[in-house]
Write a protein that binds this ligand. Structure first.
Ligand code: NDP
Length: 281
């Protein structure tokens, strides 16, 4: 079994991005990311801190917009529209979740496609499904990058994804299809899920259920990617995969933490730099 070291991979990606950022600055472009947060969600605060630290490390300007819990949709869209036309901003990220009175999909729709570094605007979602150049949402993008860095063949491989969310499962399905994998997507209504997961050459768990994937659900020699970030009863961060159990069977496996998480942030940085670079044209 080989551990897929997302932490080190992400560090190397950030190092290379820093060079690109320095070059952009020499050409007069200072890459900048705007992060919008509404309300007081604790987990969101932790996530945005990781993003701000990554920005700082690679020299991207980080601008945070904290809106009150009772912000209206008009106020939120107004801010997005201002940032859309701000020439000094290259990426706009709307941190989820939003308070219940706000419609996140309506908001994603308004983010300018060329600044949509999270890849959640329907235009970018559509372009991904057409296999056209676009911003790919960061977690799927990071997973593909990881698999490629470890020379894990995707073409012809049977990839099974557990979870069909708009931010992980569905875009990952598209990414893997674009790489010529054969993809099966499971969700909460899938019957006999272990029969499907056992057929996977590459198994990706993205359901948000601690230690859900056990060794008897995994084929001997499968590659196992754990997207889950959950807190167990002792308050410890665990993935969706029962690591101790599954690592005996997997050929490659990602740890939690230190696997997909750091790659997600690194690919966000890559998307911001991509957006800034497009200004050179
Ligand atoms: P969502 O809750 O949006 O989606 C969960 C998906 O899992 C749904 O499609 C749901 O099915 C499916 N599911 C739930 N329970 C089961 C079950 N028992 N069997 C099969 N499928 C099931 O979650 P997210 O995609 O946002 O996140 C998933 C996990 O990944 C979370 O732990 C989250 O914290 C983590 N995450 C990690 C990131 C990282 O960078 N490492 C980034 C984003 C998320 P249905 O559609 O039928 O309801």
């Amino acid at each position: 079994m080989e551990l897929i070291d997302g932490k080190t991979l992400a560090k190397n990606i950030r190092k290379n991005l820093k060079k690109e950022v320095d070059e952009l600055k020499e050409k007069g472009i200072k890459p900048a990311l705007a992060v919008i947060m509404v309300g007081d969600d604790k987990a969101s605060k932790i996530y945005v801190r990781t993003k701000s630290k990554a920005c700082e490390e690679i020299g991207v300007e980080y601008k945070e917009y904290l809106l009150e819990e009772d912000t209206t949709m008009d106020e939120l869209l107004n801010l997005i529209h201002i940032l859309n036309v701000d020439k000094n901003i290259h990426g706009i990220l709307l941190q989820s979740p939003l308070p219940k009175n706000l419609d996140i999909n309506e908001a994603f729709k308004e983010i300018a496609t060329e600044k949509d570094v999270d890849g959640f605007n329907p235009i970018n979602v559509g372009k991904l499904s057409l296999n056209q150049d676009c911003f790919i949402s960061c977690t799927p993008y990071g997973i593909i990058k990881m698999l490629e860095e470890y020379n894990i063949p995707l073409e012809g491989a049977h990839a099974v994804i557990v979870g069909r969310s708009n931010i992980v499962g569905k875009p990952l399905m598209q990414c893997l299809l674009n790489k010529n994998a054969t993809v099966t997507v499971c969700h909460s209504k899938t019957k006999n899920i272990e029969q499907t997961t056992k057929n996977a050459d590459i198994l990706i768990a993205a359901l948000g259920k601690p230690n859900f994937i056990k060794a008897d659900m995994v084929r001997e020699g499968a590659v196992v990617i754990d997207v889950g970030i959950n807190r167990n009863e002792e308050g410890k961060i665990v993935g969706d995969v029962d690591f101790e159990d599954v690592c005996k069977k997997a050929s490659y496996i990602t740890p939690v933490p230190g696997g997909v998480g750091p790659m997600t942030v690194a690919m966000l940085m890559a998307n911001v730099v991509k957006s800034a670079k497009s200004r050179l044209k």
